[in-house]
Design a protein around this ligand. Structure first.
Ligand code: ADP
Length: 264
């Protein structure tokens, strides 16, 4: 891992102009179902990219392809100008692990271990996978819990928390891995409406602090406020991309317009 302060994004003192991630020609089918038909995009350090589009358009599959939960059939991924991972060939296990280390995912459902406390959930990845000494992992986890207002919940079990608190722990668990890139897969769509705000607030703060993130979301007001770039997907392609002000107020493509008309 490239940085040590759990409260700071990894590039806090770094160069914000370089592309952290570059995806080219990503294709994926499940059986006969062609889900991604050649996806190209880049994410610069400190940038917030949101993926929007109708259900089934391939957004989650893009996100999962970025951290190895899905293996594309073709295309390349490059992290930080490193060697391209070419999915047209078998990906060597070492390269796959290195890719996985780059990012951390926050899922729609928080996926916390139900029989472990909040603190145990947060330190699991650092201690078991990254071999961080336990005392250090605990100290870092406590600092992260503090910053999302959950310090006093460290010894609680997930079922003792509200859905919004559980999802904030899910975010802390991702941050504890000190990834270069945070991936959010509809992080608020499983929440009761009154709990959405507290989770979006945390994500917005992370965005403002300069974390690099790719966010799949139906929360267009969040995308409008937090995104540097919005990608609109439909039918496995990126139909349109641009700054939120352009996409939301002046979409060029008919498909984008129809989608926005339906949900705005
Ligand atoms: P979105 O996130 O835009 O709703 P997804 O990426 O989840 O879209 O899904 C795109 C398409 O891929 C859908 O038709 C879905 O049924 C299919 N799909 C996704 N994951 C799998 C899988 N593991 N096996 C088979 N089909 C899948």
């Amino acid at each position: 891992m490239s940085h040590t302060d759990p409260l700071q994004p990894p590039h806090a003192n770094g160069d914000e102009t370089t592309e952290l991630l570059s995806a080219r020609g990503i294709r994926k089918s499940f059986g006969d179902n062609v889900v991604l038909q050649g996806i190209d995009f880049g994410v610069r350090r400190g940038e917030v990219v949101t993926l929007i589009g109708p259900s089934g358009s391939g957004k989650t599959t893009v996100l999962r392809s970025l951290n190895g939960l899905e293996t594309p059939d073709a295309g390349t991924l490059e992290f930080d100008g490193g060697p391209a991972i070419d999915f047209a060939r078998p990906v060597p296990p070492k390269q796959r692990l290195a890719m996985r280390d780059r990012s951390a995912m926050v899922f729609q459902q928080h996926n916390l271990f139900p029989h472990r406390t909040v603190l145990e959930n947060v330190i699991e990845g650092p201690v078991r996978v990254q071999r961080v000494p336990k005392a250090r992992a605990v100290a870092e986890a406590e600092a992260l819990l503090e910053r999302v207002g959950l310090a006093e919940k460290r010894d609680a079990y997930p079922h003792e928390l509200s859905g919004g608190q559980q999802q904030r722990v899910g975010i802390v668990r991702a941050l504890a891995l000190k990834p270069d890139l945070l991936l959010f897969d509809e992080p608020t769509s499983a929440l009761d409406p009154e709990l959405v705000g507290e989770v979006l607030h945390v994500i917005k703060e992370l965005a403002d602090e300069g974390w690099t993130m790719v966010v799949v979301t139906h929360e267009l007001s969040f995308a409008r406020q937090a995104a540097d770039e919005v990608l609109f997907m439909d039918g496995g392609v990126i139909v349109e991309r641009g700054a939120p002000a352009d996409i939301f107020t002046n979409p060029r493509e008919e498909r984008t317009r129809r989608f926005l008309d339906r949900i705005l």
